[in-house]
Write a protein that binds this ligand. Structure first.
Ligand code: 4AD
Ligand code: MG
Length: 453
């Protein structure tokens, strides 16, 4: 039976026989022995395989080149080499698939840009193995966090007819074959349909029935921002809580980030050590800091005052009523507060229609959580639960209440205060790993001009 290299390396005792399979990272030949470094992706470390002329399959050794796949069988014995407890003395080696000399991952030290052009092979590198194992562990941690707190998972639709954010950054979905005169009624859904930008509106309907819910799935935005923090397709985690206000929402967002940092420290130690050594030397300290220290909370108005008197020249202007740009967010969290910051009560004109209007009638109960290195990682709000106020808000944002009839119905039949947020899963991963470009924490990045693979 095949043993994963992860388990072979963690063995408590030597073994008379172990069979492992993987890809050859390197082969080193000396006078009497050859050494294969075998990796199967189950962990960061390679397993050392010692081959000699008694090994069955030895005559084929020349074909065991970098990138080739192989089966190895033999006793698992204590390794004299530093840094590894066990190695295999191969009784038998067998090539599964040879590797062409053109294999692009021959040498170490490729740039991230180059590795993006071979996104189908980069998971075999140390960095991307670590990134995608961590991504998987965190996906599990997300579900565990909410399930343990009695949140119900809702699979919200990917195809939708409503623009949740009202920003018009949607990808159209159509089965019409480019006929310019075709009417929307002739289309598949008999009306214009799009890829969702957020599952929030649908999550709200379920929160107004099941109390606490969350959705975790892909979302799509056709915003043409070619930055290191924006992707056209990204995964979002969106909890929604009935009978909850903005305070409860901020509490959940902060508890969630702390739990994700703690989970990474506890369950991804080997990969985290790699990130800390090769990607960003502050990674482990940053995660501990997030776990241990309270977040700061700052009303938007105060945040603007801090930025105005920062004595800095920012690229984008700072004034009440303008959006905070990434450089402003990073100044607040990295330089001024030196910790994660939750900014709340934003001017209504820069936030979407669904947010609860404050009694000042100028600000809405919005909150963004900003973290060092990234800026905004969470965006959320208390929702407008009053029917008339919501209709007025739709009109204020030049949206047609008729298009939102089912959403308005929630306010008509047993409305309750409720709140939720959206957290970009890739931004969370960037924060937890120190990887600085969103293209490098998603298996196959979709960005403007780029949908290869
Ligand atoms: O702030 P946003 O736009 O909020 C919403 O979509 C709400 N409907 C969420 C809710 O209340 N249920 O997006 C939420 C988060 C952002 O804070 C950011 O982390 C991430 O989604 N995000 C992106 N991540 C990668 N690429 C993009 N283009 C992103 N746009 C937003
Ligand atoms: Mg936002």
């Amino acid at each position: 039976m095949r043993t994963l290299i992860k388990h072979a390396l963690a063995a408590a005792a030597p073994a008379e026989s172990a069979t492992v399979m993987g890809w050859i990272r390197t082969r080193r030949d000396s006078k009497d022995f050859s050494f294969l470094a075998l990796n199967d992706g189950s962990c960061a470390a390679n397993l050392q395989v010692v081959v000699d002329s008694n090994t069955s399959g030895f005559d084929e050794l020349a074909r065991f080149t970098t990138g080739a796949s192989a089966t190895v069988e033999g006793p698992l014995v204590a390794s004299p080499a530093a840094g590894q407890k066990w190695e295999i003395h191969a009784r038998r080696i067998e090539l599964i698939g040879g590797s062409d000399p053109a294999y692009p991952l021959q040498k170490k030290g490729h740039t991230l840009e180059f590795l993006r052009t071979i996104a189908h092979l980069r998971p075999r590198s140390n960095l991307f193995g670590a990134v995608f194992r961590t991504r998987s562990a965190l996906a599990f941690a997300v579900h565990r966090f909410f399930q343990e707190r009695d949140f119900v998972c809702v699979h919200t639709p990917i195809i939708t007819a409503s623009d949740c954010e009202g920003a018009g950054e949607m990808f159209r979905v159509t089965s019409l074959k480019g006929d310019p005169d075709a009417k929307p009624e002739a289309d598949f859904f008999a009306k214009p349909a799009y890829l969702t930008v957020s599952g929030q509106l649908e999550a709200e309907t379920f929160a107004c029935a099941l109390s606490n819910v969350y959705t975790f799935g892909p979302t799509f935005r056709a915003e043409n921002s070619n930055t290191a923090r924006h992707a056209a397709e990204f995964w979002m985690i969106e909890p929604e809580m009935a009978f909850c206000d903005l305070q409860g929402d901020m509490d959940l967002g902060e508890a969630f980030l702390k739990a994700m940092a703690a989970y990474t420290l506890e369950h991804c130690a080997e990969d985290l050590a790699f990130f800390n050594r090769f990607v960003d030397p502050g990674t482990i300290d940053r995660l501990k800091f997030v776990v241990e220290r309270p977040f700061l909370r700052l009303p938007y108005t105060e945040a603007v005052e801090i930025l105005k008197s920062a004595g800095r020249t920012f690229e984008f202007p700072v004034a009440y009523g303008l959006n905070l740009q990434s450089e402003h967010e990073r100044f607040l969290t990295e330089d001024h507060c030196k910790c994660p910051v939750t900014v709340f009560d934003y001017p209504r004109e820069i936030k979407p229609f669904y947010m609860r209007l404050n009694d000042d009638e100028k600000t809405v109960r919005a909150m963004d959580v900003l973290v060092p290195g990234i800026g905004e990682v969470i965006g959320g709000s208390q929702r407008e639960e009053r029917l008339e106020a919501l209709e007025a808000s739709l009109r204020y944002h030049q949206l047609d209440p008729k298009d939102y009839w089912w959403y308005l119905d929630l306010r008509r039949f047993g409305t309750v205060p409720h709140a939720g947020f959206g957290l970009g899963f890739e931004r969370l991963l960037m924060f937890l790993t120190g990887v600085s470009n969103i293209r490098d924490v998603i298996p196959f990045a979709r960005t403007p001009g780029n949908a290869e693979f």
